[in-house]
Design a protein around this ligand. Structure first.
Ligand SMILES: Nc1ncnc2c1ncn2[C@@H]1O[C@H](COP(=O)(O)OP(=O)(O)OP(=O)(O)O)[C@@H](O)[C@H]1O
Length: 619
């Protein structure tokens, strides 16, 4: 029998191979698991970093390393030693996002050191830090700009410090309004300061490359050296002029907007209707903070409240006639009507509401600071409490009877009436004093957004509005209440004409030696003077410009003073296109061009013979 072929011999697997396979499989699995894990971790880290960067760096500036910037890097220890561990005795002042210290180095040099406050977790200080650094190289070469000399920052960006040249007399705010330095009582010095500031802004707008808009011109950002020569500082809000602005697109939009607004004004003859309000964009870290400490309403004592202080007289009137502070509140409210219109980039009208500023309260959004009630009530309550502190026995009759103050508010001897009677007899629509008082507020305060204590307490309400960093053209930039142009507040478009407006307010402050809004204890009849801008307009209409000049000034050059006020009023025109450029202003101040005429709406009728000799220099 044939034998069945035996199946081919399958060589048995070597036991080592089987063993090896059993050994490598788990290794392979473990290896791929580890690799996947590592990749996942890397991916997560990258994702986190990207998200974190987006959250913290709205401008691409922040992604740049500090080494990118051109000024010197100081070690934190070096600065700490030079400031005696940032001792209070070395503090020069403090702003919304940090304190400034005098740093004395072993070399004998003294510098100013600004420590950005990071304690609140706000990103604004960080933004300003990077903004200043990125612009510093463009700002060199002007004698009218404070030099940024260096910085210090650790790798995690927790301690951010900027180092500047030391300006021995600190800010104009401090020297003129707080310390009332004798040197500044000389008219020539004030005029020189005005001219230097104008030249500084002219440099930003017309000379430096790229052109820069400061965005926050105000006395606390004007610094004075040992000779009281002025330089512009604090470029935390500055930004490069955008292409649109360079190409004139912005002007076109503004002209169109202006034309529309003028139509409205024509319709109803009310300046209040002309006011443009804005949609407010609250950003992280910007909290409405209207605590009394932050409010710069000055209620001066009676001794301080000389007429030359242009003060509001609440106390005398409190005694003389009925009507409590609360009457002021009730009278103020209906008068402050604002048309709310978005000036976001879309230029789309998104809604309309009245009483915008006064009505904003803490009930919505991420605002904080006020527990209940409107800002108006809060501020007025504070004014009231200040008055009561001054005169605890103030007449209780006020509370029962508000007629007196009503009567006062309905006085119609204000500039509007003068103007309307002079220029437009057909439209004798009377506007009372409170209209004038609030006209400017409606423009400036609508964009109020909070920030922490600022020592720029020269303002009606020292609440610096939202600042946005970066030199990009994001529409979230803000300036400071009372100095910010109406069209720039609350996210409006920033143009160099916003700086021109702020310069106008600053010029009035410089000439009058007082804050833009100031409440004092002199006669109630002076209440209309509380708002410097509307008071200046009234005086212009009445042909009494020189009444605005600080009575403490000696060696006054009347012609120059009138020139300054006239330029200020030109700068304060609501229409940005009507405001002069900084180049024109420098020419006016230096006498290189013909002296300007008052804007039509503020000129008395018959037009005030402008008391200038021709100041134009022969070329
Ligand atoms: N280079 C400097 N030399 C001397 N003092 C300075 C200098 N820079 C700032 N100061 C003083 O420190 C104060 C605070 O300045 P800072 O720029 O921080 O805030 P501000 O301008 O007052 O307010 P904010 O920045 O909130 O608008 C100034 O008002 C000024 O008195």
């Amino acid at each position: 029998m044939p034998s069945r072929p035996s199946p081919p011999d399958i060589p048995p697997l070597p036991t080592t191979t089987i063993h090896h396979r059993f050994q490598t499989l788990p290794l392979i699995i473990a290896g791929s698991l580890t690799l996947t894990g590592v990749l996942l971790i890397l991916f997560t880290i990258l994702l986190y970093r990207r998200l974190y960067r987006n959250r913290t760096a709205p401008s691409d500036l922040i992604s740049k390393s500090p080494q990118h910037y051109q000024c010197r890097r100081f070690s934190y220890t070096q600065l700490r030693r030079a400031t005696n561990s940032f001792a209070e005795s070395t503090q020069l002042g403090h702003g919304g996002f940090g304190s400034v210290y005098k740093a004395d180095f072993p070399s004998g040099d003294s510098l100013a050191v600004k420590v950005m406050d990071s304690s609140s977790g706000s990103l604004q200080g960080e933004r300003e830090f990077h903004n200043e650094l990125s612009l510093s190289s463009h700002l060199m070469g002007s004698p009218y700009i404070v030099s940024l000399l260096g910085f210090s920052s650790d790798r995690r960006g927790r301690s951010l410090v900027l180092v500047y040249e030391l300006m021995a007399n600190r800010s104009l705010q401090d020297a003129l309004l707080d310390r009332k330095c004798e040197e500044l009582m000389d008219w020539n010095k004030r005029f020189e300061i005005a001219t230097d500031i104008a030249k500084g802004i002219e440099f930003l707008h017309h000379c430096c490359d790229p052109l820069i808009i400061h965005g926050d011109i105000k006395p606390s950002n004007i610094l004075l050296d040992s000779d009281f020569k002025a330089k512009i500082g604090d470029f935390g809000l500055a930004r490069v002029k955008s292409e649109d602005l360079v190409n004139g697109n912005e002007s076109r939009i503004m002209i169109e907007e202006e034309d529309k607004r003028n139509d409205v004004v024509e319709d109803n003859g009310s300046i209040l209707e002309e006011t443009e309000s804005v949609i407010t964009v609250f950003e992280e870290g910007n909290v409405l903070n209207l605590s009394p400490e932050n409010c710069g309403i000055s209620v001066l004592t009676e001794t301080e409240a000389s007429p030359e202080n242009c003060a509001v007289s609440v106390l005398t009137e409190v005694e003389a006639s009925p009507g409590p502070e609360s009457s002021i509140v009730s009278r103020l409210s209906p008068e402050v009507g604002l048309e709310t219109m978005s000036v976001e980039s879309s230029k789309q009208k998104v809604g309309s509401k009245r009483d915008w500023w006064w009505k904003q309260d803490n009930n919505g959004g991420n605002r904080g600071g006020i527990e209940s009630g409107s800002v108006k009530d809060y501020v007025m309550e504070w004014i009231g409490s200040e008055i009561k502190k001054e005169r605890p026995d103030s007449n209780k009759e006020w509370i029962k009877n508000g007629d007196g103050i009503d009567t006062w508010f309905h006085r119609d001897d204000d500039a509007s009436s003068v103007h309307e009677q002079n220029h437009n007899p057909a439209k004798r629509k009377k506007r009372n004093s409170i209209d004038w008082w609030v006209d400017e507020l409606s423009g400036e305060l609508k964009s109020v957004m909070g920030r922490k204590n600022s020592q720029d307490s020269g303002l009606w309400c020292d609440v610096n509005v939202q600042k946005s960093g970066g030199v990009s053209s994001t529409p979230s930039m803000r300036g400071t209440v009372c100095y910010i142009a109406p069209e720039c507040g609350g996210g409006g478009v920033l143009s160099e004409k916003c700086d021109v407006y702020s310069f106008g307010v600053l010029l009035l402050v410089l000439v009058s030696g007082r804050r833009p809004l100031q409440v004092t204890a002199s006669p109630m009849s002076e209440f209309e003077r509380a708002n410097l801008i509307s008071w200046a307009k009234q005086l212009a209409c009445n042909g009494k410009l020189l009444e605005l000049v600080d009575k403490s000034i000696h060696s006054l050059e009347k012609e120059q003073a009138v020139l300054c006020i006239t330029i200020a009023l030109l700068c304060l025109q609501r229409s940005p296109v009507k405001r002069p450029t900084m180049k024109e202003i420098v020419q006016m101040l230096s006498g290189a061009s013909e002296p300007p005429h008052l804007p039509f709406e503020f000129s008395p009728s018959p037009p005030m013979g402008f008391p200038f000799k021709s100041r134009k220099k022969a070329r």
